[in-house]
Design a binder for this molecule. Structure first.
Ligand code: NDP
Length: 516
């Protein structure tokens, strides 16, 4: 009987592979959508970075009076558009196109990637296998992202202990913020191009366990470059060995880069507000300043927990859609290296210039949202991971599940019985905790008449104006997760066919039980 059983298992796996290899339609609006995203998102990153600034305000104040912005003075020979652009350039501290990049930032970025690579090589690591490839076999992964991150953060803590907020790394980041953004955008474009060209060396027949992503070889250059042609591109680097580009980029330079940016912003806030440097500060002001400082720290700690959790659970990344299904192209490269660190840290950047005081009740409410989100996110993801890797684990052995003709089982009770992507709900709730501390966001900066050389931060006429910036993450993340859920639903429908219909009958909601 045993051989029969394994034959049917193999048959099921073959059916599953064949279904996943069926031609995919375009996603993200096809080549036009891909082109628009490729151009639009980097511009979006710059727009956030400049329009919420420490020169004039967040957002640049003249954006709030468009009629004035487009009205040049009577004697001026500027057109309304040129006048508006000149005004905005002055308000955002526009450094000119050449000023968007610098040798210092390029060297710093290079050093950051080199350090990540060095820690990847020299620190102890566990070696694990990824999921079965469509073409058969499993790739090996070297995992030590958590240890690398902790090592880096401990070194930075030591530097901060010695130098305080003047620690060179924080100063470097704050001095080169825009230029670092440019370097990471350029790396994303370069990397996407490199892996696209390299993907043409993938040979059919599972040579070196290399294969193309099912949805990544449509034949359209723009689309395939964007979505990722090869599933798991790898490079061999002298003295380093083989590096899996997709998983390495996903968890290392950008993910930790997000927290490094947050920490640099905390240092900036502390430098601006944390010291009692002159006689005009009263004791009460000092206490308030410390409270404000704590809020920025709170946002950073919330985000650091999220990042360190992802790094600690590094093996779990191997079963995510990013690793198992999507190719590696501009979409993931840019998301990992530029979009994630620079837009996810917008709240900490905002608070570094405009500290906010929250009462204990509000702090408790935000922390509760974060805790609830984390609980749903972590326990649901753990539940599925345990079920898939060790179904006999007593923690999940009691859960109900259904068999499928594709071979894999689907949980129908526990977290996965409440909604088909309940883990996304937890993830989204956590995003609230990052945005809510900015309250009715908006500030402007003016020169102090009383204390020449001092800049004053006020919310006068600005309250709520920066909400589209500091709360953007919540909205964007909701869109990302809903879109991701639809893509995964499509993938599962293709893979499980009628079984998926039956599963949807049992688990009716997609993300939010009884609502969606
Ligand atoms: P999921 O972890 O949600 O996995 C989806 C897969 O799980 C499906 O394709 C299917 O795969 C399997 N599955 C579906 N239903 C069941 C079930 N009932 N029982 C068992 N297995 C099931 O996918 P993601 O990779 O999208 O998410 C991983 C985590 O990463 C999430 O928590 C998400 O929120 C987070 N994330 C965070 C992002 C960020 O920017 N912060 C971005 C994207 C994700 P199979 O074919 O094996 O059956």
């Amino acid at each position: 009987m045993a051989p029969k059983k394994s034959a049917s298992k193999e048959q099921a796996a073959a059916i599953e592979r064949a279904k996943l290899e069926e031609p995919h339609g375009y996603e993200f609006g096809g080549p036009i959508g891909a082109a628009l995203i490729t151009i639009g998102l980097p511009i979006g990153c710059y727009a956030f970075a400049f329009l919420c600034n420490d020169v004039s305000g967040c957002p640049a104040p003249s954006l709030l009076s468009p009629s004035k912005l487009f009205s040049p003075p009577i004697l001026s020979n500027k057109t309304p558009l040129v006048h508006a652009l000149d005004t905005l350039k002055a308000e955002v501290g526009w450094p000119g196109f050449a000023g968007l990049i610098s040798v210092e930032a390029a060297l710093g970025t290079f050093a950051w990637y080199a350090l990540s690579l060095l820690l990847y090589v020299i620190l102890p690591a566990t070696e694990v296998e990824g999921v079965e490839l469509k073409s058969g076999g499993k790739l090996k992964y070297r995992l030590n992202a958590f240890l690398s991150a902790v090592t880096t953060l401990v070194a930075c803590a030591a530097g901060t202990f010695v130098r305080g907020p003047d620690f060179q790394v924080w100063e470097f980041i704050n001095r080169n913020y825009f230029q670092l953004l440019t370097c990471n955008i350029l790396i994303s474009y370069g990397l996407a191009t490199f892996v696209y060209i390299k993907s043409f060396t993938v040979k059919s027949g599972n040579v070196d366990k290399r294969e193309l992503a099912a949805g990544g070889h449509s034949g359209n250059i723009i689309y395939d470059w964007f979505i990722g042609r090869e599933l798991n591109p790898r490079v061999s680097i002298p003295l380093v060995g083989e590096v899996d580009l997709k998983s390495w980029m996903e968890l290392r330079p950008g993910m930790l880069g997000w927290i490094m940016l947050d920490l640099a912003f905390i240092a900036k806030q502390y430098k601006s507000y944390g010291y009692v440097t002159d006689s005009i500060r009263t004791c009460l002001q000092t206490i308030l300043n410390n409270a404000k400082f704590v809020i920025a720290v709170m946002v950073t700690i919330s985000q650091a927990i999220y990042v360190l959790d992802a790094l600690y659970m590094e093996p779990a990344i191997l079963t995510t859609i990013d690793i198992t299904t999507d190719g590696f192209g501009f979409m993931l490269a840019f998301g990992d290296l530029a979009w994630l660190p620079f837009t996810y840290s917008l709240q900490a950047r905002y608070l570094s210039v405009h500290p906010v005081v929250l009462g204990p009740l509000y702090v408790a409410a935000i922390l509760s949202v974060q805790a609830a989100g984390y609980w749903i996110f972590r326990s649901s993801n753990n539940e599925k991971n345990r079920f898939r890797t060790n179904p006999k684990d007593p923690k999940i052995a009691h859960l109900k599940y259904m068999e499928t003709s594709a071979g894999s089982r689907l949980l129908t009770s526990g977290w996965w019985g409440t909604a088909r992507h309940i883990n996304y709900l937890g993830d989204w709730l956590m995003s609230w905790a990052y945005c809510l501390p900015t309250l009715l966001a908006g500030y402007k900066l003016t020169d102090s008449i009383m204390y020449p050389g001092t800049r004053l931060v006020s919310t006068e006429g600005m309250k709520g104006a920066a909400i589209p910036i500091t709360y953007f993450y919540m909205l964007y993340f909701a869109i990302l997760l809903i879109h991701r859920e639809m893509r995964d639903e499509e993938k599962c429908r293709r893979k499980y066919g009628k079984d998926w219909e039956a599963y949807c009958e049992k688990v009716k909601y997609r993300i939010l039980p009884y609502v969606y």
